[in-house]
Ligand binder design. Structure first.
Ligand SMILES: *Cc1c(COP(=O)(O)O)cnc(C)c1O
Length: 175
């Protein structure tokens, strides 16, 4: 169903502690990549031979930066301090680390307040080790905010406004 509309799905393995059989079953069923909140799970799935795009589902801890750059292809981010560290580490590892910038849309779980987004993107564009790969938001989690057409419409406005302003294209839009 998703494929028909151009949507790609990342399978989330965190509730199975990154179980390799579950990850493989998700990929066999058509998932584009695998997401997990724990870098230790991602590291293990890689070691056990899962070959795919791995996404760290939450903002990395400073103490995990080296492993996040090493083992995950993409991470979700909300904090400039963390993104700067990711960039420094990626330069060290001769990589570009891809990030998804999470925008706060009312659920209050995570995210950059809309008012701070513009300035943050301006700063991140100067970070050599980072590719701003995408933009995302989440609803129906912590605050139970319902994903209505209106909410999604508002999010898309923010996406388009920032693409235009910063002459960039978010390759991944995640919601
Ligand atoms: C699951 C999840 C968390 C919590 O992950 P833990 O592994 O319990 O620390 C935090 N943020 C996001 C976005 C998540 O999906």
């Amino acid at each position: 169903m998703a494929k028909k509309t151009g949507i790609k799905i990342f399978g989330v393995t965190k509730a199975t502690c990154g179980d390799v059989k579950v990850a493989q079953a998700m990929l066999d069923a058509g998932c584009t990549g695998i997401s997990d909140s724990r870098i230790s799970n991602i590291k293990n799935m890689k070691k056990e031979g899962i070959i795919t795009t791995f996404m760290q589902l939450r903002t990395p801890m400073i103490s995990e930066i080296e492993e996040v750059v090493k083992y995950s292809d993409i991470s979700l981010n909300t904090e400039l301090k963390v993104i700067k560290k990711l960039s420094e580490e990626a330069v060290k590892q001769k990589k570009k680390h891809k990030i998804i910038l999470m925008v706060e849309m009312g659920d209050l779980r995570e995210g950059i307040p809309e008012n701070n987004l513009d300035e943050m993107i301006t700063k991140i564009k100067n970070f050599d080790g980072i590719e701003i790969y995408g933009i995302g938001m989440n609803l129906a989690c912590f605050g139970g905010v319902v994903p209505t057409h209106e909410k999604i419409g508002k999010f898309l406005e923010i996406v388009e406004k920032n693409e235009k302003k910063h002459s960039l294209i978010f390759k991944m839009i995640s919601a």
